[in-house]
Design a binder for this molecule. Structure first.
Ligand code: SF4
Length: 362
C-alpha cells in the first residue's frame, strides 16, 4: 500500500493591524457619537467630527461604523512604559513620580515629524510590525501600582480617539489613588473634554503651530486647540502646553511669540514648554531646532510676562528645565534628563517668599 499523501493545510491568513483592531475583543460600542440619517454616525471625539458611512472608519482609522453604530478601541494597548512623569513633558505634577504611560494606534493628525509614528501613523503607513496587547483596565492599573507609579498617562498617539477606553482605565486608576493625565494634540471637542473630566487630572496639550495654514499641513485646525486649552482650564484640568519648534514649520520668531501672547492671554501662569525638533520620520533630513533660537524665545517670553517657560530637547539649555519661583527666583524643582532631582517646594509654595506655585504638587 502506498503511504497516504500528507494532508496539506493552508495557514490562516495573517491579520493586518487594521483587521486585528476591528475584532470584537479590541472594540466596544462608543459613547461619543450621534446617529445621522442613512445609517451614518457622527463621531464627536475630536475636532474633525467625522460623519462615517456604514463599514468605514473616521480619519483616525480606528473608530468604525458597524451596522449603524460606532465601534471604538477598547481593551488593549500598543505600548506601555514606566518612566518619570516628566518624560511626558509634565512638570507641575508630582515631580519625580513614576508614571505608567500607555499608547494605542492611530491619530487624527498626520504630523510629518511624529516621535511615535510607528503607532500614530501605523494605519496610514500600511501597518506595523507590532500588534496590540489585549489587557483589562484593572490589569493595567495593577501593573502601574506594582511598579510604584503615582500617575497613569495616555500618550504616544492621540488618546482622545480612544476616549471610551481611556475613560475606563482612568476610572479604575483614580479609584485606586493614581493621578491621570492625557497627553493630547488638543484637537478636541467640548464633548470629549466634558466626558473625561471626572476621571482625569491633567490635560497636556501640544500647540503645534501659529496659523490655520500651518495646521492644515498637519491635518487639523488651530482654533479647536486654542478653545480646548481655555475650556480644559475652565473645567478644572491641570493644563500644560508644549510647542515643538520645527524648522520650516514654525521656527520663526514672530510666529512663536504670537503663540506665547495667546497663551498669556489665557493665563501667564500656564506652563509653556518650547521643545526643540529632532530629525525623524518624514523630516529625518531636516536640521534640528537651533538651541540659541530656543533660548532667545524663552527669554523673550519671560520678558513679555510668561511665568513658567521651559526648553527641552536642547542639552545646552539645561538651566531652562528647572522650575524657579517667579517671585524671588529660588530654585524650586531641579531637573535633569526629564526627571526631577531635587524638590524644594513646601507644599505648593516657595519656601523663601511663600509665593504659591500653580500645579498638582501633592
Ligand atoms: S476621533 Fe476624530 S478622526 Fe476619529 S472618527 Fe472621531 S472625529 Fe473622526
Amino acid at each position: 500500500m502506498p503511504s497516504p499523501l500528507p494532508v496539506l493545510r493552508s495557514e490562516p491568513p495573517v491579520a493586518t493591524l487594521s483587521e486585528r483592531l476591528a475584532r470584537d475583543e479590541c472594540t466596544i460600542e462608543g459613547e461619543l457619537f450621534t446617529h445621522e440619517p442613512g445609517g451614518r454616525v457622527r463621531c464627536v471625539a475630536c475636532a474633525h467630527r467625522c460623519v462615517i458611512g456604514e463599514g468605514s472608519t473616521g480619519a483616525c482609522g480606528v473608530r468604525r461604523n458597524l451596522a449603524g453604530t460606532l465601534r471604538v478601541p477598547h481593551g488593549y494597548v500598543a505600548r506601555r512604559y514606566v518612566r518619570a512623569v516628566e518624560t511626558n513633558t509634565i512638570f507641575h505634577v508630582l515631580p519625580g513620580a513614576r508614571a505608567l504611560t500607555f499608547g494605542m494606534y492611530g491619530c487624527d493628525l498626520r504630523c510629518p515629524y511624529c516621535h511615535n509614528h510607528q503607532l500614530s501613523q501605523a494605519l496610514r503607513d500600511g501597518g506595523s510590525a507590532e500588534m496590540p496587547t489585549t489587557i483589562s483596565a484593572e490589569s493595567l492599573v495593577d501593573e502601574a501600582l506594582r511598579a510604584g507609579c503615582r500617575v497613569l498617562c495616555a500618550a504616544y498617539n492621540e488618546p482622545l480617539i480612544s476616549a471610551e477606553w481611556v475613560r475606563t482605565v482612568f476610572g479604575v486608576a483614580r479609584a485606586r489613588g493614581l493621578r491621570t493625565a492625557l497627553v493630547s494634540d488638543g484637537h478636541s471637542t467640548p464633548e470629549a473634554l466634558h466626558y473625561l473630566r471626572d476621571v482625569t487630572d491633567v490635560f497636556r496639550v501640544d500647540l503645534k503651530a501659529h496659523s490655520e495654514v500651518a495646521y492644515k499641513l498637519l491635518g487639523g485646525r488651530l482654533q479647536p486647540v486654542l478653545d480646548a486649552i481655555v475650556l480644559a482650564r475652565e473645567l478644572g484640568y491641570w493644563v500644560e502646553v508644549v510647542t515643538l519648534v520645527v524648522p520650516g514649520l514654525n521656527q520663526e520668531r514672530r510666529a512663536i511669540m504670537d503663540l506665547g501672547a495667546r497663551l498669556r492671554d489665557i493665563s501667564p501662569e500656564l506652563p509653556w514648554h518650547l521643545n526643540g525638533f529632532v530629525p525623524r520620520y518624514r523630516l529625518s533630513t531636516r536640521e534640528p531646532a537651533s538651541a540659541s533660537f530656543l533660548l532667545a524665545l524663552a527669554g523673550a517670553a519671560y520678558v513679555a510676562g510668561s511665568r513658567f517657560v521651559y526648553v527641552g530637547n536642547a542639552p545646552s539649555c539645561r538651566e531652562l528645565a528647572h522650575t524657579r519661583c517667579p517671585g524671588c527666583h529660588m530654585m524650586l524643582v531641579r531637573r535633569a534628563d526629564y526627571a526631577a532631582t531635587h524638590v524644594a517646594l513646601q507644599g505648593a509654595s516657595c519656601p523663601a517668599c511663600s509665593q504659591v506655585i500653580p500645579g498638582l504638587w501633592q
